[in-house]
Design a protein around this ligand. Structure first.
Ligand code: PLP
Length: 419
């Protein structure tokens, strides 16, 4: 039985339980009579409100997407202005102004002559899917069709479409589908790469600097640059999955900039649209692009109905503008440092096993069994987030203030003391 609540809330929950199916969710417990899911109705800055009027800090940026906070007037305005022109037009056969601007803005974030082309899609999984198919076709069209193997890292996560899922190392999610997918070998570290015949490898795929779904585990410093060298040495393409790390999360605009690495494919999504509308991009180099010219049979026959949707492109452009006008990256180091101090305090609390941080991304590993109860309790103290197994993710919008970080850590301390 649901407890006392507003009539609207009750209606929404009942309809949800009767008809909706949630991602990554065991539906049995979700639809149990006494489960009262929060219904999120509003957001402003780093805060979100549920249908009962309770306010929470958006502790995981609405699944790692939100950058400048919710309902930012500049992003809202950009979307509304575009809405007044046209909500959607096809990118198949037509250009649109916002997509033209966004493609040139994105390539402009990298040194000239490096990542020069942008292929748009809709979410992180499709950004990866594009890199996979594009890289395989590139090999076919450049005389190396035998290079078909991908190498990915154990416990990594790259999305849920069939191709992207094949690169995923989390066996609980992906094992049952593995036999349907492409040829993928897994390694735990760079040393493992030498167990494969390099001449058969098409590309290595990695979440740079930090694995997200693998409970926020950073790689050793220098590893990415070393991987780039290894790929260059063996003619292997490098696909960087910056779906989580892109757009300031780790302290620089992109994680690869921390080690001066330019990949052959860079996959972006989540924060690309500021966390407002779904949009993704796969950036690549001129040599890759050039291999698709010439005979039309060699074109890249791939795309989706909403590719380069003008509303989403408008949101992405407004988000990029805010990085400049609000000095988002310049404001970050003080916040990152403050978070580090708070995490150091938290590390000594009863129940905390380890704390890991990379920029404004933190994983707080708790004793087995504590992840879910602590996150549930933290809601009572104004923090909304989710655990990955027993690691609590703390990854608020970049616009968060230092006192908001204080609130988050205080909420976790209170929750830990209460379980
Ligand atoms: N790659 C990484 C590193 C991710 O963290 C995710 C999602 O969490 C994805 C890809 C898939 O993105 P999406 O859920 O938008 O398909």
């Amino acid at each position: 039985m649901l407890g006392p609540m507003r009539e609207d809330t009750r209606r929404w929950i009942e309809a949800d339980k009767r008809h909706a199916w949630h991602p990554f969710t065991p539906q049995g417990p979700w639809t149990a009579d006494d489960h009262e899911p929060l219904v999120i109705v509003r957001g402003e800055g780093p805060w979100i409100w549920d249908s009962e009027g309770r306010r929470y800090l958006d502790g995981n940026s609405s699944i790692w997407t939100n950058i400048h906070g919710h309902a930012h007037p500049a992003i809202n305005r950009a979307i509304v202005e575009q809405l007044g022109q046209i909500a959607h037009s096809s990118f198949l056969g037509f250009a649109n102004p916002r997509a033209s601007e966004l493609a040139s803005r994105l390539t402009g974030l990298f040194p000239p002559g490096t990542l020069e082309r942008v292929f748009f899609s809709d979410d992180g999984s499709t950004a990866i899917e594009v890199a996979m198919k594009m890289s395989l076709q590139y090999r076919m069209q450049t005389g190396e069709p035998e290079r078909t193997r991908f190498v990915a890292f154990a416990d990594g996560y790259h999305g849920d479409t069939m191709g992207a899922a094949a690169l995923g190392g989390v066996s609980r999610f992906f094992e049952r589908f593995r036999r349907f997918g492409p040829d993928v070998g897994f390694v735990r570290s760079l040393a493992g790469l030498d167990q494969f015949a390099a001449s058969e490898i098409n590309a290595v795929v990695i979440e740079p600097l930090i694995q997200g779904v693998n409970e926020m585990r950073p790689w050793p410093a220098g590893m990415l640059a070393e991987l780039r060298d290894w790929c260059d040495c063996h003619g292997v393409l490098l696909i960087l999955d910056e779906v989580m790390t892109g757009f300031g999360r780790t302290g620089t605009m992109f994680a690869c900039q921390r080690e001066d690495v330019i990949p052959d494919f860079l996959c972006l999504a989540k924060g690309l649209g500021g966390g407002y509308l779904p949009i993704a991009a796969t950036l690549t180099t001129a040599p890759v692009y050039d291999a698709f010219l010439g005979d039309p049979v060699n074109a890249f026959y791939y795309g989706h109905s909403f590719t380069a949707n003008p509303l989403a492109c408008a949101a992405a452009l407004a988000s990029l503008d805010l990085f400049l006008t609000e000095r988002t990256l310049e404001e970050l180091p003080a916040k990152v440092e403050h978070l580090a101090k708070l995490l150091e305090e938290l590390a000594s609390c009863e129940g905390v096993v380890d704390v890991r941080q990379c920029g404004l991304v933190a994983g707080i590993e708790l004793r087995a069994g504590l992840g879910s109860p602590v996150c549930l309790r933290a809601r009572d103290h104004g923090l909304l987030t989710r655990p990955i197994r027993d690691t609590v993710v703390l990854m608020p919008p970049l616009c968060v203030e230092r006192e908001d970080l204080d609130l988050a850590i205080d909420a976790l301390k209170a929750a830990l003391a209460g379980v």
